[in-house]
Design a protein around this ligand. Structure first.
Ligand SMILES: Cc1cc2ncn([C@H]3O[C@H](COP(=O)(O)O)[C@@H](O)[C@H]3O)c2cc1C
Ligand SMILES: O=C(O)c1cccnc1
Length: 343
């Protein structure tokens, strides 16, 4: 499969919509080979549980058997949000750019996780001095801006990636994500709003009100991509683009926490099959994440009480994926080891 890159100067949301007509499916032959090998390995059938499923999932989306984990990448997209000026985050907007510098200097949590698992970290800074518009007053982005951000995100998908882990950095983005999730999946703003960086009290009430105003203004204003433009952010649109491009290139994807999963769920709303190549690394503490995971039918790999974002939960999953690949490829078969099979 080839990498899909679109011209950012001319790209449109309609061009993105057209891509849903060509989504490739999994490589079922690689999956059959993985299942056959699994029965030969020196362990009771199914005894490695989800590790076995992960090896098969990697094989089907990498389109090869055995699956490999030599080249994991974590892509973190950073953008700023107009709604941040309304007091919805515990931190000021400047932290977005400051954290990008921290990523570049190697000082953030995601840097350490990438080093722990030999992942290639890419940071994509998206016009941080130009935040999106305040979505309580109008759409956060025009359709063209949203499509351009998606096209930018697509560039994170390059040949020979074994897995793509996605993350975001954008002060205010759990407000944007809550509004987008509420508009896409329904329910009350209270069910989607969490503490993010740690908002409480009056600020939490403000955050909930901002989400309500945004949803009331934009709900029903179009299809999921229109809602992404109206309520999303540059980094969330880039994640949606990266997930779509990864699918077209048949690259497996690991999603991170609430904000990242909301961005990807825009594609699920268009076609639930569009996230078959994605797993979710962890369950974020953000209550909306659990709600969203139920809606899209995904069970995260682990629940470590993390609520950071920046791709940390997705990157931590690389360790588990490497373990799955090592067991699947490296274990002896019953025949090789002279171990008796089931009686
Ligand atoms: C120092 C620092 C590092 C971070 N790394 C990720 N986030 C996370 O917090 C932000 C979302 O929370 P809210 O919607 O409450 O602003 C995002 O930037 C997210 O990636 C961070 C936040 C801070 C303060
Ligand atoms: O789960 C997330 O994506 C998250 C949670 C808190 C802060 N930033 C992101």
């Amino acid at each position: 499969m080839s990498e899909k890159h679109l011209d950012p100067n001319t790209v449109s949301l309609d061009e993105m919509r057209a891509l849903f007509r060509e989504l490739p499916g999994p490589d079922l032959e690689a999956g059959t080979q993985a299942a056959a090998r699994e029965t030969q390995l020196t362990k009771p059938r199914g005894a490695l549980g989800r590790l076995e499923e992960l090896a098969a999932w990697l094989a089907t989306w990498q389109g090869r058997h055995p699956p490999q984990m030599q080249h994991p990448r974590t892509a973190v997209f950073a953008g700023n949000h107009g709604v941040a000026a309304l007091g919805v985050s515990a931190y000021p907007s400047e932290v977005t750019a400051q954290m990008v510098q921290n990523f570049i200097a190697g000082g953030a949590a995601v840097n350490q996780l990438c080093r722990a698992f030999d992942a290639d970290l890419r940071v994509y800074e998206m016009a941080l001095e130009q935040p999106t518009a305040d979505f309580t007053q109008g759409p956060a982005m025009t359709g063209e801006e949203c499509a351009r951000a998606m096209a930018y995100g697509m560039m994170a998908v390059e040949p020979n990636l074994d897995v793509l882990c996605l993350g975001e950095m954008g002060i205010g983005n759990t407000t944007s994500a809550a509004a987008l999730a509420c508009a896409l999946f329904g329910g009350e703003p209270e069910e989607w709003v969490g503490r993010g960086t740690g908002v409480a009290g009056a600020a939490l009430e403000t955050k909930t009100r901002v989400v309500r105003e945004g949803v009331e203004r934009h709900r029903g204003s179009g299809d999921p991509l229109d809602l992404l433009a109206a309520l999303g952010g540059l980094e969330l649109a880039a994640i949606a683009g990266a997930v779509l491009a990864a699918r077209l290139a048949r690259t497996p994807v690991v999603l991170d926490g609430f904000a990242c999963t909301v961005a990807a769920s825009v594609l699920w709303k268009i076609d639930p099959k569009a996230l078959e190549h994605c797993i979710v690394g962890h369950r974020s503490v953000e209550p909306g994440h659990t709600r969203l995971l139920e809606a899209i039918g995904k069970e995260p790999l682990f629940d470590f009480g993390m609520r950071l974002g920046e791709g940390s939960g997705a990157t931590l999953a690389i360790g588990v994926l490497k373990a799955a690949v090592e067991c699947h490829g490296g274990m002896a078969t019953f025949a090789d080891a002279g171990v008796s099979g089931p009686a």
